[in-house]
Design a protein around this ligand. Structure first.
Ligand SMILES: NC(=O)c1ccc[n+]([C@@H]2O[C@H](COP(=O)([O-])OP(=O)(O)OC[C@H]3O[C@@H](n4cnc5c(N)ncnc54)[C@H](O)[C@@H]3O)[C@@H](O)[C@H]2O)c1
Length: 248
């Protein structure tokens, strides 16, 4: 018996990195998985390697598309138990040099996309009586890194919004748990981009470089824990998985 048997999970940004690993692990544990992404070829490739996995093209900023994605999930698998708001991106520049366009891009994708995902999913989860939402924050939302002011704002925003939505679900007596994960320094295309674009002595990279990086499975294991019954007593919190980056 897998820990996700009979459950359906929807994962945004599932074509790459953490989202793809989440999809593989949840499916391995018995979930039916829907992955969405703007990267269509990669998304289809990831889905093709997972039994009974549905890929849908989605820009998480598109409000109307969210309704279609939820409808397609329900049509294919009949229910929705887990939403992982994982899609994200980063642009490097400090507050004096970042364009407003790049600022808005990051907050729209990560704060806006997470808000739209929660709003679209909750009514359908509450119909089934239970669910789990997992929002991908970051250690960047817990500390100050000068070259990513918008990413920092977005991830801190996700941490706050996670608590607000968890309280809402409790007030409404929905059995929906809402949590965030704050990863730090996991090997993915996003961190490869950081290593390529930032100076090697950058404060944002030093901890990662000094103490080693984590693997996508380090995050996927926590996504699984929060999504399945193991995490039944956890809601409204942010779990940091960063090999101690924020401990002192
Ligand atoms: N890798 C890390 O160390 C780390 C640390 C902290 C937080 N995170 C967060 O984890 C999540 C996954 O990151 P990753 O490291 O796997 O990066 P990644 O770049 O490998 O994956 C991110 C995915 O999100 C997709 N995406 C971007 N904008 C989108 C949009 N508007 N609509 C739909 N999909 C979109 C991308 O196409 C990509 O497939 C992100 O939210 C990231 O901020 C990662």
């Amino acid at each position: 018996m897998g820990k996700m048997n009979g459950m359906v999970a929807l994962i945004t940004g599932g074509a790459s990195g953490l989202g793809a690993e989440d999809a593989r692990l949840l499916a391995h544990e018995g979930a039916k998985v829907v992955i969405t992404d703007m990267q269509v070829d990669l998304g289809r490739e990831v889905a093709a390697a997972i039994p009974d996995c549905l890929f849908l093209e989605q820009d998480v900023r598109d409000e109307a598309r969210w309704a279609e994605v939820i409808a397609a999930t329900l049509e294919r698998f009949g229910r929705l138990d887990t939403l992982v708001n994982n899609a994200g991106l980063v642009r490097f520049a400090d507050v004096e040099t970042m364009s407003y366009e790049d600022f808005r891009l990051q907050t729209d994708v990560m704060i806006g996309g997470t808000f739209l995902g929660c709003r679209a999913a909750i009514p359908h989860m509450s119909k089934d009586g239970s669910g789990a939402i997992i929002n991908m924050a970051s250690v960047a939302g817990l500390k100050g890194i000068s070259v990513i002011p918008a990413y920092t704002a977005a991830k801190a925003g996700i941490i706050g919004m996670t608590r607000s939505i968890a309280v809402h679900c409790r007030e409404q007596n929905y059995r929906i748990r809402v949590n965030a994960i704050a990863p730090g320094g996991i090997v993915t295309p996003m961190t490869a981009q950081a290593l390529a674009e930032l100076p090697q002595d950058s404060a944002g990279l030093s901890q990662t470089q000094n103490h080693g990086m984590g693997q996508p499975a380090d995050i996927a294991n926590m996504v699984l824990y929060l999504a399945c019954d193991d995490g039944r007593h956890i809601t409204g919190t942010t779990i940091t998985i960063d090999n101690g980056e924020t401990m002192a």
